[in-house]
Design a protein around this ligand. Structure first.
Ligand code: F0G
Length: 457
């Protein structure tokens, strides 16, 4: 008999969590204005809000923290991190930042000006925010197939070469770079194939444009390439990562995901000139170039996390747990973005709450229902997150409306996955009784989902 997979670690410290009553949750979610970002963590049983900065560090990482060098300049922790980044990505130059969006802020301060256009695959909201804040436009070139949640294809995060080529042909003088998000979070944690990365590189070369990777979940992307793409079965994750990055000019990184630390980010690149220009912004916004908003101990933990996060066993258990949850939902026939993503399951709210019009934010309604059902905190990746069109100020109802169940790395067990699936089934079974959705009461002009206040209709 083939052995089932098991986590390549055992647990030596635990953090208690508590299931509340439905009455308590009714009160708390109302006080939070139906926005799960406004809940206190004590009000949550299983936290699936994000997989960002919420993973469990290893004993090796904690040990590395104790060796952190807190010198203002030139610390050994900086050089440990520099070596680790070079080993994994091949990039010679890097700047630490306090997290991913800070890396975007610093790098985009160098590369983007008003009126520019930045094509890519479903830019993450902070990426889009940093582009639009500079009065530039994020042009989505994701393949159309990504919009059909029930279509099962191996690399649903891909860019459409046709859309990209058209954008470059028409607007090449306005395009500072192409951005490739690995994995494509917004489209459902879906990977981009090596073939697609190579094709993007070819188009970029034709128009002499650089390629930047938004690399938050690059290791999960490499794992999918290994298990799904012909020719990569026998390569190690680290070899695949090296090849992926060989097609990029630079990367921004949120270390809070695949590098399994609680805080941190960086920019890495092969262009010394870019780093020199970015250094000024880094010093202004983040900190001196050898710490950039991170403590020495955090850089040390990140150096180890990059190594562990790109090990096959770690990824096999991690992506396997997400797939396990996906299989449970299959049993209950709950529709989600197929196939299961690397870091999360994205439930297709439009296919669950079919009674609700888009204007009533079905995915956010599902987020609230799941919290009420079992104290499970998720987030909406849908119409709230899509914000308003910067020009027309209309809500952007064109895309998917998903409830994201993000699974933190090395944090929950499969028993928790069973509870999540059962809670979702209960909501799914009473879906036809959910006849009204949500209404926005207050919203910020940009990235509104973090602070939006809602009312139940
Ligand atoms: N890029 C992607 C693809 C992301 O998913 C995120 C963060 C960022 C950039 C920004 O990084 O949070 O370190 O500043 N995503 C988190 C999430 C917040 O929940 O998906 P950050």
């Amino acid at each position: 008999m083939e052995l089932p997979y098991a986590e390549p670690y055992r647990i030596k410290m635990v953090e208690p969590i508590r299931l509340s009553t439905r009455e308590e949750r009714e009160k708390w979610i109302k006080e939070a204005k139906y926005n799960t970002f406004s809940l206190r963590s004590e009000q949550v049983f299983i936290d699936l809000l994000t997989d960002s900065g919420t993973g469990a560090m290893s004993d090796r990482q904690w040990a590395a923290m104790m060796l952190g060098d807190e010198s203002y300049a030139g610390s050994s922790s900086y050089f440990n991190l520099k070596k680790s980044i070079k080993d994994i990505t091949g990039f010679d130059y890097f700047l630490p930042t306090h997290q991913g969006r800070a890396a975007e802020n610093v790098l985009f301060s160098v590369l983007i000006k008003a009126g520019d256009r930045v094509p890519g695959n479903s830019h993450f909201d902070t990426t889009k925010g940093h582009i639009e804040y500079r009065k530039a436009i994020a042009v989505d070139c994701t393949i159309d197939e990504a919009k059909d949640t029930q279509l099962e294809i191996p690399f649903k995060g891909n860019l459409s070469p046709e859309k990209l080529e058209k954008e470059l042909a028409e607007n090449h003088d306005k395009i500072p770079f192409i951005i490739v998000t690995l994995t494509n979070n917004t489209a459902g944690g879906q990977p981009v194939s090596m073939e697609n990365i190579k094709e993007v590189r070819k188009i970029a070369d034709k128009y002499k444009k650089p390629v930047v990777f938004d690399s938050a979940r690059f290791a999960e992307n490499a794992y999918f390439i290994k298990i799904r793409e012909k020719g990569y079965e026998n390569k190690t994750i680290k070899e695949i990562c090296k090849e992926m990055f060989s097609y990029a000019d630079a990367m921004t990184m949120s270390s809070k995901k695949d590098a399994i630390v609680n805080i941190g980010g960086f920019i890495a690149t092969r262009h010394e000139g870019w780093i020199k220009q970015a250094a000024t912004f880094n010093i202004m916004y983040e900190g001196f170039v050898t710490y950039g908003g991170m403590s020495g101990r955090d850089m040390n933990a990140l150096a180890v996390g990059l190594d562990e996060g790109t090990e096959y066993d770690t990824l096999h258990a991690r992506v396997g747990q997400v797939a396990y949850l996906g299989k449970k939902l299959d049993e209950y026939e709950i529709p989600y973005q197929r196939p299961a993503g690397g870091h999360a399951i994205f439930v297709d709210a439009l296919k669950v709450l079919t009674n609700l019009p888009k204007e009533e934010f079905p995915a956010q309604t599902l987020v609230v229902e799941l919290y009420l059902e079992a104290g499970i905190r998720t987030c909406e990746i849908g119409y709230l997150l899509a914000d308003r069109d910067p020009v027309t100020r209309e809500n952007r109802f064109g895309g998917l409306d998903l409830c994201r169940l993000a699974i933190s790395r090395r944090t929950y067990t499969n028993n928790h996955m069973d509870v999540i699936a059962a809670a979702l089934k209960n909501v799914f079974d009473r879906r036809n009784d959910i006849k009204r959705g949500m209404k926005i009461v207050k919203e910020a002009p940009i990235m509104r989902h973090f602070t939006v206040e809602l009312e139940r209709l």
